[in-house]
Write a protein that binds this ligand. Structure first.
Ligand code: SF4
Length: 105
């Protein structure tokens, strides 16, 4: 369910959770436990999609948003860029979209 942009934070499952677990100091040691706990909260959050979309749209660099760490969001964004670039390059080849064979001179 999509929630209006200005209201999604009101339904966030993390509103009643210690905020530090969403912003661990590193990606090792005790921080790994914090990340796991944050992801458990996110897994049950009904505005997870809105949260992740916000984080990606506003380039949130730190913390767990939408159940993903900064490294996971970066990887997701890179995959999306590659897919977009690939779709554009295929669309630029006549016949590629329709699946027709293309013979180059
Ligand atoms: S997805 Fe996680 S970080 Fe985002 S609002 Fe929900 S609980 Fe908070």
């Amino acid at each position: 369910m999509l929630v209006l942009e200005q209201h999604w934070r009101l339904a966030a499952a993390c509103r009643s959770v210690e905020p530090d677990i969403f912003f661990p100091l590193s990606s090792s040691g005790r921080s790994l436990d914090q990340i796991d706990r944050a992801k458990e909260v996110c897994a049950g959050c009904r505005v997870r999609a809105e949260c992740l979309a916000f984080a990606l749209r506003t380039n949130q660099v730190h913390g767990v948003w939408g159940g993903l760490t900064e490294e996971e969001r970066l990887s997701l964004a890179r995959d999306a860029l590659r897919a977009s670039a690939s779709a554009k390059s295929h669309a630029a080849v006549p016949g590629a979209v329709s699946g027709q064979s293309v013979i180059f001179p």
